[in-house]
Design a protein around this ligand. Structure first.
Ligand code: KG4
Ligand code: ZN
Length: 405
């Protein structure tokens, strides 16, 4: 089975093609192609993701990205004989579909409709068996573009759509071996139940207990900012470009290597709350106050040593907080494996801390490899290939606040 994954929940436009065979323990997959077009640079001018810009960019990017994907995959995709959508679904259905796209999709996503209508390569139906698309959580206007794209392709190719939860994508993404993109057949890592998933991204900070297939329980989460958001806001206060998480982390590492101490002590929020919840807005405010009082040069630029020291203290505060709650969650759940997912799992210090903690608990930890830690469509394709809940194209809805439980 060949699955096309579509991801547009935030500021990455991503598509992937995945071939799978078998089910249950015999499930295997092979990455045919995976492309991510990041809009980060465009959004950096606004200091964060600007939803209507993200929506427009997804609309412009999806069709050209699909073209590129199909070219990359052309050796694998069967070219036996090319059939047009008109031949595939019949003239009447084709004309009806075009009318639906024009009246229901074009007004919502004019850029997408326009490029779709002009795409010559869409005159051939590729050998794709399933479409997996992110339905949420995320920015609703952005999610809708991916969904509308999936609807059009599904109708013209006559293939089913499986909606995928973005966070479920991050979970299964971490179970892909690191060399998954080498084109060989791969098994997913076998994580024992119950599993604990620690989801840390720009929009989420969640501890999820997974007792069995599809049995998710959110046992702890942030009450305000997500951890990635906190990284990005702190980085912005330090004058670093968006998304600031990786930049801040580099400064922190520099400070650690050079023995630069923390210039101020930042709080470790919620450590004594007695539950598994998080709060990062106070930490951000503490950074704001520290920056106000910090030594600056005549132009108002922060003293570089001070800045690096603060980045170090910020990363220490986040790491201590996340690691403490992780240990509490492992105690509470008796988890037999740990899965870490979401963009922030690229952070080196956190990876080291979680690896050490899992080793102390004697359980395996599954961390996403670099190419899959940020948003991508490969993880969506894997989740969609494993899933079975098909939805009729026009019944699909974006759900910006979708929850795993
Ligand atoms: O999962 P993701 O790509 O998008 C969302 O679904 O939110 O996560 C993006 C977040 C951003 O906040 C980014 O700053 C953060 O992940 N991030 C990092 C690092 N790399 C990415 N935060 C800290 N350290 C990093 N190395
Ligand atoms: Zn994400």
């Amino acid at each position: 089975m060949i699955t096309l994954g579509i991801e547009t929940s935030c500021d990455e436009t991503a598509l992937a093609l995945l071939e799978t065979r078998g089910s249950g323990v015999a499930f295997e997959c092979r990455v045919i192609a995976s492309l991510v077009h990041s809009q980060a640079e465009l959004h950096s001018a606004y200091g964060g993701v600007y939803p209507s810009l993200a929506k427009r960019e997804h609309g412009k990017n999806l069709v050209p990205l699909l073209h590129k994907l199909l070219i990359e995959a052309s050796d694998t995709l069967d070219k036996a004989e090319s059939v047009s959508p008109k031949e595939k679904i019949g003239i009447q259905a084709f004309e009806q579909a075009m009318e639906t796209f024009r009246t229901e999709i074009a007004p919502q996503n004019p850029e997408l409709y326009e490029s779709f209508s002009n795409a010559g390569f869409l005159k051939n139906v590729p050998r794709i068996d399933r479409i997996a698309v992110t339905e949420g959580p995320g920015l609703e206007p952005a999610l809708w573009v991916g969904i509308n794209f999936a609807r059009m392709l599904s109708t013209l190719w006559n293939v089913p759509i499986v909606p995928v939860d973005h966070m479920e994508g991050h979970i299964v993404g971490s179970l892909l071996p690191s060399d998954a993109t080498n084109g060989a057949w791969q098994k997913l890592f076998d994580a024992s139940m119950p599993m604990l998933a620690f989801l840390i991204s720009g929009g989420h900070t969640q501890l999820v207990k997974i007792a069995g297939l599809g049995e998710h329980e959110i046992i702890g989460e942030t009450q305000d900012d997500a951890v990635g958001e906190a990284f990005d806001k702190a980085a912005r206060l330090l004058g670093l470009p968006y998304p600031g998480g990786p930049h801040l982390s580099l400064l922190a590492e520099k400070a650690r290597n050079e023995g630069i101490a923390a210039p101020v002590a930042l709080p470790r929020p919620m450590l004594r709350s007695g539950d598994l919840n998080f709060s990062f807005s106070g930490l951000k405010t503490a950074v704001l106050y520290a920056v106000r009082k910090a030594p600056k040069d005549a132009d108002g630029a922060l003293d570089p040593l001070w800045k690096n020291g603060l980045a170090r203290e910020f990363e220490d505060a986040v790491t201590e907080t996340l690691d403490k709650k992780l240990r509490m969650a492992l105690d509470d759940t008796g988890a037999q494996s740990l899965i870490v997912g979401g963009g922030v799992s690229a952070n080196r210090m956190l990876r080291e801390a979680f690896t050490k903690t899992a080793a102390e608990y004697g359980i395996p930890v599954f961390l996403p490899s670099r190419h899959i830690s940020g948003d991508n469509a490969l993880m969506i394709a894997v989740a969609g290939a494993l899933g079975s809940k098909e939805k009729a194209p026009m019944d699909l809805r974006a759900n910006g606040t979708k929850r795993l439980d």
